[in-house]
Design a protein around this ligand. Sequence first.
Ligand code: NAD
Length: 504
Amino acid sequence: MALAQDGSIQTTDPRTGAPLAVVPDHDAAGVARAVARARDAFPTWSALTFKERSRHLKAVRDRLLDRAEELVDVICAETGKQRAEAVTTELMAICETIDWYAKHGEGALRTQQVAAGTMAHKKAWLRYEPVGVVGVISPWNYPFTLSMTPVLTALFAGCTVVLKPSEVTPTVGLAVGELFAGGPWGDIVQVVTGGGATGEALVRSGVDKVCFTGSVRTGKRVMAAAADSLTPVLLELGGKDPMVVCADADVERAAKGAVWGAFQNSGQTCMSVERVYVERAVYDEFVERVVAATSAIRQDDGGGDIGSMTFEPQLDVVERHLADAVAKGAKVLTGGARLDRPGLWFGPTVLVDVDHTMDIMRDETFGPVLPIMAVDSVDEAVKLANDSVYGLNSSVWTRDEELGISVANRLQSGNVCINDCIVSYAVTGLPFGGVKESGIGRVHGVAGLREFCNSKSVLGQRVGTPRELWWFPVPAGLDALGIRTMRLRFGSSVATRLKGLRRR
Ligand code: NAD
């Protein structure tokens, strides 16, 4: 990927380094035009019933299914990922998301009656209204899923969208746009390709909400830019997901899970297993099994287990973290270097003798590296797991369900898996997002849909009265009446409530 002077972006195939496509690098005026078109489409789209919107979005899913092979080609060419990965984590994940919202979205957005408390003569309700035009900014690691998820959720909520895909994977972004193009609702999704400046222009364009998925560093810039106009932001940011392996764990399963969690998508998943804490009693066996399973990984752009990495600067981060760790005493047990072939290939790497003075245990590596650390107790593992600015996903591995739940409750992260990793994201009903610097807000589930709505609280009259008691002129004795009413309604003892019945 290179940003050219003439307002275009050249992308490359990371599997070979060959040039792939040239797409426009939109400036602020281009972004403004896209936002205007999305705004024009908003009144009619938001006026549809939920069922009508669902029908249209299910037709989009059919289009996706018709073009599945072609979409997998586009995704793999720009990211270097394996075809099976593209099918499951990109296409199937999105079919699932559409399915869940089509089934459960209407209920989540239904107007809710709310008890009016002391004002029993009134009625209160809560309405969910679409925020308007949503700006979606997406990253390169799951360019289809992480564009489609916010786009679709915003559309289900009744919003229209302007999508700014990553400059590393713009063709996937354009393919997303094509799924929605044409017909009476052809303008509900606009796509603007470009780099960081295009993203910033979108944040500053007057959209009603920004949904950003990417790094913590950029997320902070997005939030700062959005602050000028108080545009609300949903931030899905990076992680440094810890895995806690207890002494009673099924070590074979835990080791296989760690290897998959660290190396699928070449470690370029915000919820990759980025560090492992293993109780000393099973440490040697765990490490041995992890090394054996890692050495067996087939790294191939055909039918292997993992593909290439996607973005050259990310390989630089991997190499920098490894060099820092090795300089501070870490030992590489397998991998540790680029493969001797064109493209962005890095061997899956297992590292031991690591500690928290090393970048590899503290900063997001986002590559195929698995550092493993021995601990003396579960308490120590939890303490180290929580010793991080991140808090996206985490996992605990044990045969004792009670222990698993208690560790899960103590881990500081927005999501936790017990005896598995990463896959909680695949359950669309579970809201997904981070705590600490891993983000603000949630995608998926009821919470995810409501992120794209303003809630409107409405208070109406149940019983019509000529005036309210507290209006002017304030009636004499209203203070005493107020105290009696409070005692009667809120007193938790019979004595206090009885006092509320007495005039003095
Ligand atoms: P990035 O932050 O470099 O870029 C993300 C997007 O932001 C791109 O489209 C980019 O063009 C745009 N951008 C850059 N500067 C901008 C600015 N000033 N204003 C607005 N937009 C701007 O991230 P990346 O390298 O594409 O993706 C990898 C990161 O994303 C990792 O940190 C990963 O953990 C994170 N991520 C998080 C989740 C999640 O759901 N929490 C999912 C996937 C990836």
